[in-house]
Design a protein around this ligand. Structure first.
Ligand code: BGC
Ligand code: NOJ
Length: 823
């Protein structure tokens, strides 16, 4: 069953009924001001940091689902006076949830439009954040399709958050006494804590004159009422309450009469404003907000012309970004994901790491070190300058011994002490991120950029020094089998081999009660080889032969350790536990084969020539592949194992315990592509592709336009049911698998590699790739069976499959690729 459809032409997903299985969300904002918006206008906004600068309140995991949002109520005053039922409703369905005669939500690139029609009144609201602005616009158009005039009241409503979203849900003995607002010229300003150390406020403004307002929640809702039936809306009144403590809100009351056929536009602006410390107050002796900056923005953006223009600028911005990589293949699921949704999701993961989504509260985690480095792999082609800045931020949280804070705060850019470090894979991901950045940009000077360790002034060393520290971090921590020690965990946060936890509530990630000198990870070994090989290439470019040799030897030595201790006979082992016993081996009772080392060891080049890669991938296919994707391991753990940690805390089939942890699936696709198996790679690609899964959205539950972190595996009670959409490494890795490995358009240090591995039944495909200021128009055609490639540029054949130099100063070239041989 579907709940909507893809409008590929308009680059939108169109939802046709409001009660989707879960809120289907979109993200608003580009760099600093952000919002989450669901298909029924639920969600919240924040500035830079979803925990520390939360603008509006939201209640996760509530009943009904999705409470808190950017709400609008329409009240038909005449119907109310006649005592008719249903005289008020919300055009976005929530929060009133009265049936609408027509409903449609269009999620687009950085904007969402929700249309609701009831009793011949159509209301369409578009929500977006203009480029480079610290506010969001809600633009409503109301149309009266009746034959009589409509006498209406409109109510806007948001609930302000008292800034620190964690504190806001915690510290009520204080919170309920600190809320403050000001209302001036119909604009509601929220200024809690402004009197003391904060220099920021938020505001909700409206483009038409208002009849009244409420800023105290209780005054708006009435005692013991919810957002679905506010007393003010029920009665059609407002008391102009000024919040003192309790729960400050922003609610306007607008009266409108619409003649038959008449439309009217009403614009709301919800914004965030910082004042310099010196100019906090309108008069230094007063406590009145200095509102001048907000007012000058409102003067412009409460006008339709500005708003219309800002929305088209946003669309152009996305056209440009997406123009870097566009394809036209025989497969619509590939086209819409690659051309649009997958790249769009990659931007969201880059912006938020794992902080704020419908499944991530925005409170618990900041930017993950491992996560952000991987997100960057799929993002770097979109805005390389932002990737550069991110790399330097990440490296700045690294410590001198190469270790990295597992997370850092996006606002302060400081490492999170509560979580600390010791996830022994973390530092190596930085090498992959920098490698991807160099391949995209050729910005070699970045390696000599000075970056501090742990943000300490005076500790600055070159970025290359940091990368070297990452490599040394692993080499300094080898275990009894000369494999890397795992620390608290590697990529799999839940494989906790140094935490024997018997106390409920102990964090598996931060509790370590084993010495850490025994448990080893074959996964990190594979990742290490991949990273060391990049360091070999990077060092070659720097003409640093000593480093070339050192990294080469380290990679070779690690490979020997893997073959000696990490190969299980038909697949790669996963790890060794604290007792030195193998994990992910045929000799284990459960958890005999894991997906991660198969993907990473093969991506690192192991077994490509001796048949072992094929053997491992066949084992994956036989033991792990299911109709919904490839599960993480098998057999699922049926009970809690003290020596393995959180992975065995999940019921079988969910999350890391044999769920389809989608992030890992593209590793296998890439491995298959490396072996030339385009069809196998694509078959896996289709299993988890959300557009393919749209057909059974009732089972899949999550949005059909973005990847989810996890799909329940075959051991679960609900196989095929997805959870945790949006913020997952799946976005970046799937983009790499399809765009770089299957379609084969892959940046490398010295040029663009064109190496498609497509199924026999494809006739070919076309792609446009902008790379280092040149537009490559690529036309791939199959001329026969097999994988033989012949490439010509502007009609002239070249040798090999890498385009190193573009002839002359051409800014655009035609690349013709033929695959297969004519027999
Ligand atoms: C989750 C993991 C996640 C980890 C992060 C665990 O509870 O299951 O997927 O990576 O928390 O801290
Ligand atoms: C989610 C985390 O964000 C990511 O870093 C980790 O690799 C996976 N969970 C697997 O445990």
């Amino acid at each position: 069953m579907k709940f909507g459809y893809f409008d590929d032409q308009n680059r939108e997903y169109v939802i046709q009924q409001p009660n989707t299985p879960l809120p289907w969300i979109n993200f608003l904002g580009n760099e600093k001001y952000f919002g989450i918006i669901s298909n029924t206008a639920g969600g919240y906004s924040f500035y830079q940091d979803a925990r520390l600068r939360r603008i509006t309140r939201y209640r996760y995991n509530n009943a009904p689902l999705d409470v808190g949002g950017r709400y609008l109520y329409i009240r038909d005053n005449k119907a109310a006076s006649l005592g008719q039922e249903d005289y008020y409703w919300s055009p976005s369905w929530q929060p009133v949830r009265k049936d609408l005669d027509q409903y449609q939500c269009r999620h687009g690139l950085g904007y969402t439009t929700i249309l609701g029609k009831k009793n011949d009144l159509i209301c369409e609201g578009s929500y977006f954040v203009p480029l480079n602005q610290d506010f969001e616009v809600w633009r409503f158009t109301l149309k009266n399709q009746r034959k009589q005039p409509a006498d209406l009241s409109l109510y806007s409503a948001v609930e302000f958050c008292l800034w620190d979203a964690a504190d806001d849900q915690n510290n009520f003995q204080r919170n309920l006494s600190i809320g403050e607002v000001e209302v001036e010229d119909g604009v509601i300003y929220h200024k809690t804590e402004y009197r003391e150390r904060r220099n920021h406020y938020s505001y909700l403004a409206c483009s038409v004159p208002i009849k009244g307002f409420e800023t105290q929640r209780e005054a708006f809702l009435g005692p013991y009422r919810g957002w679905e039936n506010p007393l003010a809306v029920e009665k059609g009144t407002t008391e102009n309450s000024l919040a003192h403590g309790w729960q400050p809100i922003g609610a306007h009351h607008i009266r409108l009469t619409l003649q038959p056929g008449e439309s009217q536009e009403v614009i709301f602006i919800l914004g965030y404003q910082e004042n310099s410390r010196k100019k906090k107050f309108s008069d230094p002796e007063s406590q009145i907000l200095n509102k001048s900056e907000a007012k000058s923005k409102l003067k412009m953006y409460l006008n339709s012309d500005y708003v219309v223009n800002a929305l088209s600028e946003l669309k152009e911005y996305w056209d440009d970004l997406l123009g870097v990589y566009q394809v036209n293949t025989p497969d619509p699921h590939i086209d819409r994901m690659v051309n649009l949704w997958n790249q769009y999701q990659v931007m969201a993961t880059f912006n938020f790491s794992r902080s704020a989504s419908y499944f991530e509260s925005g409170i618990g985690r900041g930017m993950g070190f491992r996560d952000s480095n991987q997100d960057l792999l799929g993002f770097v082609h979109l805005i390389p300058e932002r990737a550069r800045e991110r790399i330097l931020d990440l490296a700045g949280t690294q410590k001198e011994d190469g270790s990295a804070y597992h997370q850092y705060s996006p606002l302060t850019k400081r490492g999170n002490d509560a979580v600390g470090s010791d996830f022994n894979d973390d530092p190596l991901w930085l090498v992959l991120a920098v490698a991807a950045y160099l391949k995209e940009t050729e910005d070699w000077p970045i390696l000599d950029n000075l970056v501090p360790y742990d943000n300490q002034p005076g500790s600055e060393k070159t970025l290359f020094h940091h990368l070297n520290a990452s490599i040394n971090f692993t080499l300094d921590r080898l275990g009894p089998h000369e494999l890397p020690l795992i620390g608290r965990a590697d990529w799999n946060d839940c494989l906790n081999l140094n935490c024997y936890s018997t106390e409920p509530g102990q964090s598996f990630q931060t509790t370590t009660n084993k010495g850490g000198k025994t448990a080893e990870s074959v996964f990190i070994a594979g990742l290490f080889i991949l990273a060391a090989n990049e360091m070999v290439k990077i060092s070659k470019f720097r003409k640093d032969e000593i480093s070339v040799n050192r990294y080469q030897k380290a990679a070779e030595k690690m490979e020997l350790s893997i073959w000696e201790h990490g190969w299980d006979g038909e697949w790669f082992k996963r790890a060794y536990d604290d007792a030195g016993a193998p994990v992910g081996s045929r000799s284990c009772a459960e958890g005999q084969i894991f997906i991660e080392p198969q993907g990473f060891c093969i991506m690192a080049g192991l077994g490509l020539r001796n048949g072992k890669a094929r053997m491992a991938l066949d084992s994956v296919n036989e033991r792990l592949a299911t109709e919904h994707g490839i599960v993480l391991q098998q057999p699922a753990y049926s009970k809690y194992y003290l020596n393995l940690g959180e992975i065995t805390s999940y019921p079988p089939g969910y999350k890391e315990n044999a769920g389809i942890f989608c992030h890992t699936n593209p590793w296998i696709m890439i491995a298959e592509a490396m072996l030339g198996e385009g069809k196998k790679a694509l078959d896996y690609y289709h299993l988890i592709n959300p557009s393919v899964r749209e057909e059974f959205s009732d089972l899949h539950k999550c949005e059909p336009y973005v990847y989810a972190q996890m799909i329940a595996g075959r051991d679960a009670a609900t196989p095929g049911e997805a959870k945790n959409s949006w913020l997952t490494g799946t976005a970046a890795w799937n983009f790499l698998a399809i765009s770089q490995w299957i379609l084969g358009i892959r940046p490398d240090y010295d040029g663009l590699i064109i190496d498609p591995v497509i199924p026999e039944e494809w006739n070919g495909f076309q792609a446009v790739r902008k790379f280092r200021n040149v537009t490559y128009k690529i036309n791939v055609s199959r001329i026969g069976q097999g994988d033989d490639l012949k490439i010509s540029i502007d009609g002239k054949p070249i040798r090999g499959n890498i385009i190193k130099r573009v002839p002359g100063d051409l800014s655009e070239i035609e690349v013709d690729v033929s695959i297969g041989s004519v027999t």
